[in-house]
Structure formats: C-alpha cells, structure tokens
Design a protein around this ligand. Sequence first.
Ligand code: 13P
Ligand code: SF4
Length: 332
Amino acid sequence: MHTLTTIETAHDMYLHLRATLRDVVPDVELRYKAELAAEINVLKRERNAIILGHNYMEPALFHSVADVGGDSLELSRQAATTDKDIIVFCGVRFMAETAKILNPTRTVLLPSAHGGCSLADGITAADVRALRARYPGVPVVTYINTSAEVKAESDIICTSGNAARIVNSLDSDTVIFLPDEYLAGNVAKETGKTLIGWTARCEVHDKFTVEDVANVRAQFPDTVILAHPECRPEVVDVVDFTGSTSAMIQYVERSTAPRYLLLTECSMGDNIAAANPGKEMLRLCSVRCPHMNEITLEETLAALQHLQYVIEVPEDVRLRAHQALSRMLAVT
Ligand code: 13P
Ligand code: SF4
C-alpha cells in the first residue's frame, strides 16, 4: 500500500513525482504526466470517486492518482468496503468485475474497453460445469483471474496471496483448482493435496525459465530472486522467495540485500525501485503485460470525464459469484 495522493496542481504534482520517480522516469515524461494526474485528481474529488491501482500500473500513474495500490486480494477488500460513488479500477477486467460483484451499488469503471488476461480468457463457465460432472462432489477452487461467469460456477475463490490457505481450508484431499496450470502445481506442492487442474497460463509469467535464473546467479551471485506463483513450478523451485505482487514488495522492503531480480511484470520492478532507493533492481525485464499496459493516465482521465467503461454483471451471475468471493474473504 502506498501514500494517498490528492495533489491537484500540476506544479505540486510534478515536484511530488520528481521526488519519488526521478531515477526511474525521464523528467520530460514526469512534467507531462503531472499535468494529467493533477486533472484526474480534481475530477476524482468532484465525482466522489476512488481510484484503485494494481501493483502492475506504470510508476507515474501508480504514484500520482491511485488512492490505494495493492494486489488482487487487497484491492478486492478495498472495493468491497468503499463508500465512494465511483470505483475506477486501474487494472484488468476481472479485477473491475470483482469490484462490481462485491459492491454492486457503486459505478465501477475500467479505463479500457478490453482489459483481458490470458488466464481469464483460458476457461469458460461450460468448462467448469463439465469438470464438475466428471468429478462429482470434488470442491472447485477458482483463481480470481477469471470471468464473473466462471466465478459463479465455483465453490470458493482464491488469489495468489491466499491460494494455499484456501485449499487447506477445505475438508477434502482432492480439489479442482482452476484455471492456472502452474499455480495449481505450486499450490499442490505447498499443500500436499491432489489438485485437478486446467491448462491456462499467464502469458507473462510463462516466459521465465530455470535458465534465466541460472544465468543471473552466475553473473550476479549476490542477487535475491523473487517469483510470482504464476511462474512454472520448476522456476519457483530455484528462486529465493515466491509470493503475490504485494508479498514481493514487502519482502524487498524488509530485506537488506543490495540487489534483486523480480520474475514478474516489468512495471513492478520500477515501482519497487522507486520505493527502495538504496536497493538495486536488476533491469533484465523484457516482459510486459499487454492488458495491464492498456491502462494509462490518458485513459484514466477519459474514464472519469466520460464515465467509461462501465462494468456490469448480470444479477443472477453476480449473486453466485458473490457467494464464492465471500467464502474467500471469510477465510482470509
Ligand atoms: P496479484 O494478486 O499477486 O497482484 O496477481 C495478479 C496478477 O494478475 C498477476 O499477474
Ligand atoms: Fe493476466 Fe498475466 Fe497479465 Fe496478470 S500478468 S493480468 S495473469 S496476463
């Protein structure tokens, strides 16, 4: 979580961004973005809106207009409890849908017409029904990176921050765990339970290999390597720490090591570097999430100006998805 930013003048915003991001964003970009960010904060107040920003948001947006920054679990909790009229979700569609499911009387805006995710796009509600028919009585745990329709077919939801805890909370040694093949492998190892999985993968985390880790260790032996649990299990086996995006941020903040490599989306390395000036983040990052990167300051301003893109979830789907999400929030 980071400081609340309510700055409404371009000059003050520029000074704030320069103090925070001078080592990660060029000055000319900071000046331009400060103007947009100040305009957004004025409109945010006038419209009685809250902006939730996922940890993968680009540094200038993350540090200027997001009232709350965090991982999927933290942002779900914020979305569920906010009393603001409008929730602007700077993240991807499944996150904005989750906000609408949990807090249906608010207007939820996604500053992108698409905001997909290869995991959410990798499974349908019909797929879940077919698995239930094949394995009757086996509980279904579904990752939050899924559509509202898929959540509605599930018994309980999990995030990267609580997946093992959710699986352990169930009174069953066999669990259907959807849709991330690698997360299922990692959670199976951690819990010792039998997980019946699916074949979807995160197109970003799929790219990191054991060889990448070995190369960095050979070149920079004092580097602490962190990976998101959407990485392949064999990669998770050889790194120093695995956790949700926020767990990785907290790990770097608490650790005293001089150098880190993050096997996750590139913007997070920039955000962590900005928050930890004395620590070096190895800039070997070449993998960006194209869906998260659709969210820009320009699109966020347009979202507040034109009230776009409004997220709606059919009420019958919402009620069933709400049940699965509430069960998760009760466990954690
Ligand atoms: P977190 O819940 O860890 O923030 O992960 C969300 C995500 O989409 C990672 O790719
Ligand atoms: Fe989906 Fe991967 Fe992008 Fe996260 S990084 S939103 S899991 S495609």
